[in-house]
Design a protein around this ligand. Structure first.
Ligand code: ADP
Length: 461
């Protein structure tokens, strides 16, 4: 059992990890920037330490500050959560070298999956279906991108080899667009990831995003905990996730689940992770990437399986074995997660500020993960995700009804949120029928931003 765990994150996921540690009897150390001195995760942890000024580069992304906090406070384990340093192989390695158990996969798996063209090559070799795209190590020059695009046929999606959070992604529908957008995407990738390497994929207009939750121990046992449909996205960022995927039949679920397990097995993956696929209207599915960390949307899987994924990640990092067989994992009912962002719902601009009144909904099957409280000031410096509403019931229809009631009950005064958008979606006939693809939310975008195909700087994970 770990003696003390440092939580290298903030907000809802930091609180989620602290709660899991309390149940496991592991004392926690929170870290915080000066902008977060009044944050809930700081109050909830057993100990806390300020690691720097508000800018994430100087605090939550500062490897030396976080490691010295862990060592000074006598932690022997560190949970990275999602976003920030969670997918940084150098950080995972530095933790291990400092004698801290990193709660996540090994550094080499983080690096491997973080190099998207390499991950595509490995998956292809292992027989996991991969979306047609650039072969080899990726492209840096427009001329090579053009050659790939001609082979693939338009539209294509330009992606950053080191990508994440939707950064460096642009859809190109013809040669001129590719010539114009490729350098833009490349500069975005240079700014965000310090990498000029890009790759192209065939752009699937009407696909659904269906991902499988993986759990794996250090002894090469790998299982999946079913899927999540994350097709409701705004500019490639998830907004609503649900499990099960409304259009997956048992045969396809089994096939995709096997491919996801294979993806993790072939690299010898350990701990929790997510294998993401695009599911085309013809029923074909294609690997897009593997996320080597706990996901924002892990809660929907927890509700349908009854398995605590954060506790599982800690147990697995302690070297324990998976104690479930695939056949013993059962899936109950339907769960949906609604990501609540502090943003102006019409203009999609961040809306930080003082929360004067916070009244979360409750009742059977209603779970709220949030760091908000009355009198809390949402800082401008970080991701605007301020709460996750997770609703569960025995079927999809009741989950939607319960979600509508819960969202109407949810009061967050002082800042603006996207709760009105969630309510609109829950009344949309296509959403109600489960008939949607990743382009669904475009119908709720202002016409001006619809035409450009541009993807602005995005949120974490
Ligand atoms: P990131 O790691 O930056 O989040 P992903 O590769 O996971 O990037 O893609 C994010 C989202 O973009 C996906 O969920 C999906 O909706 C969309 N997407 C990714 N690749 C494609 C593609 N080739 N065609 C259509 N949509 C795609």
């Amino acid at each position: 059992m770990f003696k003390k765990l440092l939580v290298a994150n903030r907000g809802t996921i930091a609180i989620r990890i602290i709660r899991a540690c309390r149940e496991l009897g592991i004392p926690t150390v929170a870290v915080y920037s000066t902008a977060d001195k009044d944050a809930l995760h700081v109050r909830m942890a057993d100990e806390s330490v300020c690691i720097g000024p508000p800018a994430a580069e100087d605090s939550y992304l500062s490897i030396p500050s976080i490691l010295s906090a862990a060592l000074t406070y006598g932690a022997d384990a560190l949970h990275p959560g999602y976003g920030f340093l969670s997918e940084n192989g150098d950080f995972a390695e530095a933790c291990q070298r400092s004698g801290l158990q990193f709660v996540g996969p090994r550094a080499r798996h983080i690096r491997l999956m973080g190099d998207k063209p390499r991950a595509r090559r490995i998956m292809k070799r292992a027989g996991v279906p991969v979306l047609p795209g650039s072969d080899g190590k990726g492209v840096t020059e427009v001329r090579d991108a053009l050659a790939d695009a001609k082979r693939l046929g338009f539209p294509v999606l330009i992606k950053a080899a080191a990508g994440g959070g939707g950064k460096g992604m642009r859809v190109a529908r013809d040669v001129r667009e590719l010539e114009r957008l490729f350098p833009l995407a490349r500069s975005e990738s240079e700014a965000a990831f310090n990498s000029r390497t890009m790759y192209l994929e065939k752009y699937l207009e009407l696909a659904r995003h269906v991902e499988f939750q993986i759990v794996a121990d250090n002894f090469r046992n790998v299982q999946h905990l079913g899927e999540r449909d994350c097709s409701i996205q705004r500019r490639h960022q998830k907004v609503i996730e649900e499990s099960p995927c409304p259009v997956l039949n048992p045969r396809l679920r089994e096939k995709m689940g096997k491919a996801a397990v294979r993806a993790a097995e072939v690299v010898g993956y350990s701990n929790v992770g997510t294998v993401e696929f695009l599911l085309a209207p013809d029923g074909e599915f294609h690997f897009i990437e593997m996320n080597t960390r706990i996901q924002v949307e892990h809660g929907v899987t927890e509700m349908v399986t009854g398995i605590d994924l954060v506790k599982e990640s800690i147990r697995l990092a302690q070297g324990e074995r998976l104690n479930l067989k695939q056949k013993q994992i059962t899936f109950n009912g339907c769960a949906m997660e609604f990501r609540i962002y502090a943003e102006d719902p019409e203009r999609h601009l961040p809306s930080p500020g003082l929360v004067t009144n916070h009244h979360p909904p409750g009742g059977l099957g209603v779970r709220v993960e949030t760091a908000l409280y009355d009198g809390y000031r949402v800082p401008v410096h970080y991701d605007p995700l301020v709460a996750k509403l997770i609703v569960h019931s025995e079927n999809r229809k009741l989950t939607m009804l319960r979600a509508r009631a819960a969202l109407r009950e949810y009061l967050i005064d002082g800042i603006r949120t996207n709760i009105p958008l969630h309510l609109k979606i829950l009344h949309d006939p296509d959403f109600i029928r489960g008939d949607f693809s990743t382009g669904f939310l475009r119908r709720y975008e202002p016409a001006s931003s619809r035409a450009t195909g541009e993807i602005p700087a995005a949120k974490a994970s």
